[in-house]
Design a protein around this ligand. Structure first.
Ligand SMILES: Cc1ncc(COP(=O)(O)O)c(C=O)c1O
Length: 396
């Protein structure tokens, strides 16, 4: 195929995606403040972000953080906006160690290692833990970055039905003995389904079948648990999780990620984990922003409580009104089936002042296109009334 033919093939693919209602495109708000976005002359309630605690779009906190960075620049605490290299070269900064120390205080007995993003963690760690002679057992709904981590590892993959511990046990019985090392992969709060993994069953299975347990807490970190340490911390299982991953791009309002694991695992990752070794570290200003948010202890605790109250009320009312939403948390999937139906309901939401974008395959399985709505702590229940009207009409 020559280069011209490749462009022609892409043109056809794009046309097909558009005709199936599956073409992805950017929608860029022109203004943001708290839970509101300005787009095409309208002010809309943002139910599509992962800014669950409203940190990233809080005007006061943004100002305070900017002041702190200004003071650091004035004090010549440089560089702020570029780390200058990978952390193994000249990109190591004290602020990284400070943040790791704060995170280690959340997970007694574990050491923490920072990464540039959740994507870097998942694609950078899984291939260190397992390789071609080994086996991975993954929940069928795990995030694309975990799937890509498996691909890079070369290990054999078996996927168990979503949150089906009986199925996982069957697969472990059948396939675990055929392989050298074994790794169980799951999210804690599932990004597209808003439900929670059964950690006590997972810990039991990982012990019985001598496997590592890898828990991606991208969506739970910051929201659940004492000091926001996630679902495993909340339920007291964090010591049993071998690789506990959290990200800062969601509830923590910034960017970056970490793994909490045994010291020997951390030391091994520093030798072998390619995204850590071969990519420029995050700018110190970004890492500083996460530390800054962590410093707002009381404010964060209040926001967690507000969010919890909001999502409990939401599910209660949905049940009472016969509105079928999945999950049990602040991530609320409204599963509609075809991409067209999801796009149509998203449009009705937009008309009603709600920014709730459709999620279609391949992000979610065929036949389960949906709106994925996420609640946030800065929403007043009254802001949701237009959404209730749209949903009531859809489910009437
Ligand atoms: C479960 C899960 N893990 C990892 C990631 C990637 O994290 P990041 O956005 O920090 O790359 C995401 C992002 O959406 C996610 O949902």
């Amino acid at each position: 195929m020559n280069t011209h033919e490749v462009f022609e093939a892409w043109q056809l693919e794009l046309k097909n995606l558009a005709s199936q209602g599956r073409l992805r495109s950017f929608r860029t708000p022109v203004e943001r403040s708290g839970p509101w976005v300005g787009w095409e002359g309208k002010t809309l309630l943002n139910l599509s972000s992962n800014d669950y605690l409203g940190l990233a779009s809080d005007p006061e906190l943004n100002l305070e953080l900017a002041r702190l960075l200004y003071e650091k620049a004035q004090a010549q605490s440089l560089p702020l906006f570029g780390s200058t290299a990978s952390r193994l070269m000249a990109g190591a900064h004290l602020v990284q160690e400070e943040l790791e120390a704060v995170l280690e205080s959340l997970y007694p007995g574990k050491k923490v290692l920072l990464y540039n993003s959740g994507w870097h963690v998942n694609t950078g760690i899984i291939p260190v833990i397992v390789g071609p002679p080994d086996v991975i057992f993954a929940d069928r709904f795990v995030h694309a970055s975990l799937v890509d981590g498996w691909k890079l590892s070369g290990a054999t993959l078996h996927r168990y039905r979503h949150n089906d511990m009986g199925h996982l046990e069957e697969l472990l019985k059948q396939y675990r003995p055929k392989h050298s090392r074994s790794l169980i992969l799951t999210e804690s709060v599932f990004s597209m389904d808003g439900d929670e993994a059964d950690l006590s069953a997972l810990v039991d299975l990982k012990r019985r079948f001598d496997s590592f347990l890898y828990l991606d807490e991208a969506h739970a970190f910051g929201v659940l648990g004492k000091e926001g340490g996630g679902l495993a911390q909340q339920e007291g299982w964090d010591r049993e999780v071998d690789f506990l991953v959290g990200t800062f791009g969601k509830a923590m309002g910034s960017m970056g990620a970490f793994v909490a694991c045994a010291e020997i695992a951390r030391n091994t990752l520093i030798q072998k984990s390619r995204p850590l070794i071969f990519s420029t570290a995050l700018p110190p200003s970004v890492t500083q922003s996460v530390l800054f948010y962590f410093g707002q202890n009381e404010e964060l605790a209040e926001r967690r409580e507000r969010l919890k109250k909001l999502w409990k009320q939401f599910h209660q009312r949905a049940r009472a009104e016969g509105i079928l939403v999945r999950g049990s948390t602040w991530i609320i999937p409204v599963v509609l089936g075809t991409p067209d139906r999801a796009v149509q309901l998203a449009q009705e939401c937009l008309n009603a002042g709600i920014w709730g974008l459709p999620i279609r395959p391949p992000t979610v399985p065929e036949g389960s296109s949906r709106l994925r709505l996420s609640l946030r702590s800065d929403i007043e229940p009254a802001f949701l009334e237009p959404l209730w009207s749209v949903l009531a009409k859809e489910f009437s």
